[in-house]
Design a protein around this ligand. Structure first.
Ligand code: PRP
Ligand code: URA
Length: 209
């Protein structure tokens, strides 16, 4: 079973508290989502492999650590996942970016696929799937299934707020995928929204409501 890591860093908790507030406007919401993504990315890259490399400093020859060179890809689930991309790139600027378009049918709550464009060598990359919200789990489960069907093997999922129902569904559907979660909330309401949550992440990032 892969790891499910719930963030306990005070900066992450403080910033999540801020984006939950109804009176946080679009600009601040977007900026803070990006900052939280950077902080979660820091945790989600903690076990990347290193190798020893000999280099010359101005003083002497020495051995330093370098990332082993496994290539990375960031895959946001559209739309709301887009809000996390810049924050991820702050720490892994050379990552390639793929896009998976899914929306949740408001009646059935089932994900509907409308777009998929991935780096050609995605299967060889360490893939970071990002979406601020894990509610029923339908969207992230479907997105990761799409990646696996295209040969991806090393997949991590990063989200800002998760419901217990979604975490359980993800663990059952993709037991090999590590999850990094900013906050584990209480439950889903009758409309599939996370409680207390922050409302509709896409609408709040893009100002569409
Ligand atoms: C939101 C969110 C996730 C999904 C989570 O997207 O960004 O992708 O819902 O819900 P689930 O775990 O129950 O699938 P939404 O469908 O609202 O689309 P949008 O980002 O285009 O607004
Ligand atoms: N999608 C969101 O944007 N918010 C929720 O609470 C659930 C799904």
């Amino acid at each position: 079973m892969a790891r499910t890591v719930i963030m306990d860093h005070p900066l992450i908790q403080h910033k999540i508290g801020y984006i939950r507030r109804t009176d946080t406007g679009t600009k601040s919401f977007r900026e803070t989502i990006s900052e939280i993504a950077t902080l979660i990315c820091y945790e989600a890259t903690r076990d990347l492999q290193l190798s020893d490399v000999k280099i010359q400093t101005p003083i002497c020859e020495t051995t330093v650590k370098e990332l082993k060179g496994k290539k990375m890809a960031i895959v946001p689930i559209l739309r709301a996942g887009l809000g996390m991309v810049d924050g991820m790139l702050t720490l892994i600027p050379a990552a390639k970016i793929g896009h998976i378009g899914l929306y949740r049918d408001p009646k059935t709550l089932k994900p509907v696929e409308y777009y998929c464009k991935l780096p050609a060598d995605c299967a060889e990359r360490e893939v970071f799937v990002v979406d601020p919200m894990l509610a029923t789990g339908g969207s992230s489960i479907a997105a990761i299934q799409m990646l696996k069907e295209r040969g991806c093997k090393n997949i991590r999922f990063l989200c800002i707020i998760a419901a217990p129902e979604g975490v359980k569904a993800m663990q059952e559907a993709h037991p090999d995928v590590d999850m990094y979660i900013g906050s584990l909330d209480e439950k889903l309401n009758d409309h599939g929204y996370i409680v207390p949550g922050l409302g509709d992440a896409g609408d709040r990032i893009f100002g569409t409501k």
